[in-house]
Design a protein around this ligand. Sequence first.
Ligand code: ATP
Ligand code: MG
Length: 369
Amino acid sequence: MTSPTGAVAPPAVEVRGLAKHYGAVVALTDVDVTIAAGEYFVLLGPSGGGKTTLLRTIGGFHRPTHGQVLLHGNDVGHLPPDKRPTAMVFQSYALFPHMNVLNNVGYGLKIAGLGKDERREKSAAALTMVGLDGYADRKPHELSGGQQQRVQLARAMVLERDILLLDEPLAALDAQLRKDMCLELKHLQHELGMTFIHVTHNQEEAMTVADRIALIADGELVEVGPAKEVYRAPRRRFTASFVGENNIFEGTVTNVEGAVVSVDVAGTNVAVDPDGQDVAVGAAVSLSIRSELVKLTTRGADIATDPGASLPATYKEAVYLGLTTSHLADIDGGGEVVSRVVEDLDEDVAQGTPVLAYWNREDLRLHTS
Ligand SMILES: Nc1ncnc2c1ncn2[C@@H]1O[C@H](COP(=O)(O)OP(=O)(O)OP(=O)(O)O)[C@@H](O)[C@H]1O
Ligand SMILES: [Mg+2]
């Protein structure tokens, strides 16, 4: 971002070489990440991966074991949470049950020493922002789950910090409400132009709200990228296994010729574009492809398939998922392949039928790690 004076504004958040140990537990190792001002950034990953630890360290609730946190270009290592430009929205509602909505929202301002009138005015404005006009006098138990969540948001927003840290903000909501709130959060963030850092282990939630997604597992940042890119073209095997529904085939490189790498998968040679990655003959690699990009046909059927882009298999079963159906087959020589389709297979295929799983070459990805 460029200011009127031509100076480039520093990123909202810069995490450099961050490590966090809890005694013998290593929660984060050497994390580097930069988040631009006004970005909706999601930390996605499995339980225990270190998401909350990273968020809380940015907010000042934990001290890093090594490394630095810079907010708007300033090292905030010595600053407590309330002196940072951050506000936190916690997983549980954490509202005071005996206080009405207005006072819940204004609580942080009271702590900061603001007078009653100013608190009232700012809190009412924050409630308007989250669409809760007219709810000021209710107690938390008189609100739905989604409304309580919005009170929490208002409580963070009233502090007028420009970086909002949200730890599993929608975890307590049912599926439909979660979807609605996802869109609301996204719109709100866009309108306010604030930086949101949102922790979740739900990939659909991540895809809905995120400008960029960072995958975190085992205390490491595995991959960072625009939401669509992480979904469509994961670079790491872990990302392919965690985002979307991907088939992952393990194999060994048998030949490398320019833009074609041959990989032996359970006795069949499969061709893949290394997409700039260095691989050597004999290397153990993984291949991934989204299940909706794989098709199944009975073997010997009159369909032209690319020999380098198919695997012989044996049909197992169909799993109906509502809108789509997943067809499962055992790959000859080991492993499983899933083909996810909206319409049914052209033919009725019985269990045990020899089939061919096939795809377009360019949809397959190679992972060296
Ligand atoms: N206060 C603590 N003391 C000791 N170990 C901790 C503490 N807090 C977290 N850990 C450990 O640090 C690791 C990372 O935990 P963290 O809470 O950051 O994970 P997470 O990605 O937020 O997981 P979840 O999705 O389950 O919330 C885990 O192994 C956890 O057990
Ligand atoms: Mg957590």
